[in-house]
Design a protein around this ligand. Structure first.
Ligand code: AKB
Length: 319
């Protein structure tokens, strides 16, 4: 059986990827690592390795001994936290990627998944339906690290034949895990606050539209990308991926379809400036053509799923 390691297993995407990989590969074939223990009993059924991904020796030892076929390297500091700790963000996001790429160059892992983001785009990028090969113009440390990471991935692929694959995720929204430190996090928080029947104070303005995606689509798309034959993967930087685009006022309106009394107020903070540099929508034609990407869940259905799932959860989930 194929062996898989998820680095950054305690994060928003990490928890979801581990659950999907456990279902696909079998729990004992999926190892997980992070610097903090994932707060999820099902995730913790996999073997947990306490590993700092910026520690070259630790990454090399884990990958050499683990004989993994695939590594999902998801550890990162996101856009808003990255602006508060720029050097730490750069160190984490870059050093950890280079450690994993170097390990793959040594032949200790066959395939790598590494996430990029819409944060690689910026004010000089087209705002709508951003094409695959659009100008990258990141203005955040997070975005700069993702842009550099994309080119490192392509470099290791072209120079050393490393099979590393990547997508530029939009904001990801799911109910099994909470995000932290991102600019798109409001679109998760809003459902939890709506569930507690309180007024949501949104840190973005009402009309700030951004690309977004329901988590199950993101996870499925990632697994499809990793399952595609290598010769189909023509983009070795990172694929644009699109599902839906909405502004805070639109997600609020979709919540009101279920909770007519739901209230939202807008108190923009420093994340507004970051959001304004990102596009409103991206074109994912290349992902569709090369490996058959297609989103399934749009805003009305996502709102329905999120509100139902969160209503069944304990209130402590949003602490
Ligand atoms: C963030 O908001 O920083 C992330 C992202 C879009 O990559 N969710």
């Amino acid at each position: 059986m194929a062996r898989t390691l998820v680095i950054g297993a305690a994060g928003q995407l990490g928890i979801e990827m581990v659950l999907a990989l456990q279902a696909q590969e079998g729990i004992t074939n999926v190892d997980i690592s992070d610097i903090r223990v994932p707060d999820n009993d099902a995730v913790m059924k996999s073997r947990f390795l306490h590993m700092d991904a910026t520690d070259e020796g630790a990454v090399f030892k884990t990958l050499e001994e683990g004989k993994y076929d695939t590594v999902y390297h998801l550890a990162a500091m996101l856009s808003a936290t990255g602006e508060k700790k720029p050097i730490a963000a750069w160190d984490l996001n870059m050093r950890s990627l280079l450690n994993v790429l170097e390990a793959a160059k040594e032949g200790w892992v066959k395939r790598i998944f590494w996430p990029s983001s819409i944060a690689v785009f910026g004010p000089k990028t087209t705002r709508k339906s951003v094409p695959q090969n659009a100008l990258l113009d990141p203005t955040t440390v997070y975005g700069i690290s993702k842009q550099a990471g994309e080119y490192w991935c392509r470099y290791y692929h072209e120079k050393y034949g490393v099979d590393v694959r990547s997508v530029r995720y939009p904001g990801l929204i799911g109910h099994r895990s909470l995000p932290g430190g991102g600019t798109t996090d409001y679109a998760v928080e809003i459902y939890h606050v709506a569930n507690s029947r309180k007024c949501y104070t949104c840190f973005l303005k009402a009309d700030t539209a951004l690309p977004m995606m329901y988590m199950d689509d993101a996870v499925r798309g990632t697994l499809e990308l990793m399952a595609a034959p290598a010769e189909h993967i023509r983009v070795r930087t990172s694929y644009n991926l699109s599902a839906m685009n909405f502004a805070p006022s639109e997600i609020a309106e979709s919540i009101r379809q279920h909770m007519p009394d739901f209230e939202i107020e807008y108190v923009p903070d420093e994340r507004q400036a970051i959001a304004l540099t990102w596009p409103e929508s991206v074109s994912d034609d290349a992902a569709r053509a090369d490996w058959g990407w297609k989103p399934r869940i749009l805003l009305p259905e996502m709102t329905h799923i999120m509100l139902e799932a969160i209503a069944d959860q304990s209130p402590e989930v949003l602490n």
